[in-house]
Ligand binder design. Structure first.
Ligand code: SAM
Length: 273
């Protein structure tokens, strides 16, 4: 069982280092997973255990512990209206803003990509938009998440067929190959277009050299505490090119009152030029 001191240490640790906002009333499923975790790693006192790892956040045990609280829920073309906006307005505007129209270099980031469905949906949208021309331009997706488990699934690109809506299955058919009927897999040349990397949005800095034209950060910031969320929004803002776009979840709004953003639609923002 978890005592009060352990629960408090866990909440402080995940809050401080991962920006998560866990409630004092941990869900029974989380408590059961935590007890399993303690047993596997022969931990007597979770508070003491965590204090040893405060400078070693990339340790496998800490990342395994974190998985208990991450919510990987996602879908292909989740909130499809945003993918329509991507093709109808956002990509054309990004292209129109490029200085060298003959040398397209479109940079897109899926931040909090979970098991990859969002990144592949963006790629399919790009390939639908550009057609064969896609392979002549510089494009592709940087896709990040804190969860190594999710990223592993994303990079493999296998998905259970029965969990994908029939219409969406038809839409992505051309970009996938069937594996024994039960699973489909994105073709290698499509998978190669996504660069899946681990990144904690609560880390002090982001490792990108170039700014992005489009950032998807949907249904991720809601899991962060107020300060971490504001800090993450600022870093995301810094990572976006002028005139670039941010997609949040449909019902999400930016919490920072940054006047350099204008809201275009539900969950869609543009950084002023
Ligand atoms: C509900 S999923 C959203 C997936 C996708 N963006 C979508 O909207 O379908 C939330 C994702 O945020 C990730 N996440 C939570 N906290 C994070 C953090 N501090 N840094 C990076 N990713 C985080 C989780 O691992 C999870 O995969």
């Amino acid at each position: 069982m978890l005592n009060e001191h352990e629960t408090r240490s866990l909440i402080e640790f995940t809050n401080k280092f991962f920006g998560l906002d866990l409630s004092e009333n941990l869900k029974p499923i989380a408590i059961s997973e935590l007890n399993k975790f303690k047993k596997i790693h022969k931990i007597m006192d979770l508070g003491y255990f965590l204090s040893k790892y405060r400078y070693d956040l990339q340790d496998d045990k800490i990342l395994d512990l974190l998985e208990i609280f991450l919510i990987p829920h996602t879908n292909f073309f989740r909130n499809n209206r945003q993918f329509e906006a991507l093709k109808d307005e956002v990509i054309p505007e990004c292209l129109a803003n490029m200085d060298d129209k003959n040398n397209i270099d479109l940079r897109i980031w899926s931040a909090g990509c979970s098991t990859g469905e969002e990144a592949y949906s963006i790629l399919v949208s790009l390939m639908e938009y550009f057609g064969d021309h896609y392979w002549k331009i510089t494009c592709g997706i940087m896709a990040t998440d804190i969860s190594r488990k999710s990223l592993e699934i994303a990079s493999k690109g296998f998905y259970e067929t029965k969990r994908i809506d029939k219409l969406i299955r038809q839409r992505i058919l051309k970009y996938t190959e069937q594996k024994n009927g039960a699973k489909l897999r994105f073709k290698e040349k499509v998978r190669k277009e996504a660069n899946f990397q681990q990144l904690n949005l609560n880390s002090k800095t982001f490792p990108f050299k170039n700014k992005f034209h489009i950032i998807f950060c949907r249904n991720v910031l809601i899991y962060l505490n107020k300060d971490s969320r504001l800090a993450a929004e600022n870093k995301i803002f810094q990572s976006l090119a002028k005139g670039g776009f941010i997609f949040l979840g449909d019902a999400e709004v930016l919490s920072s009152k940054n006047q350099d953003f204008e809201q275009l639609g539900n969950g869609i923002y543009r950084k002023r030029i």
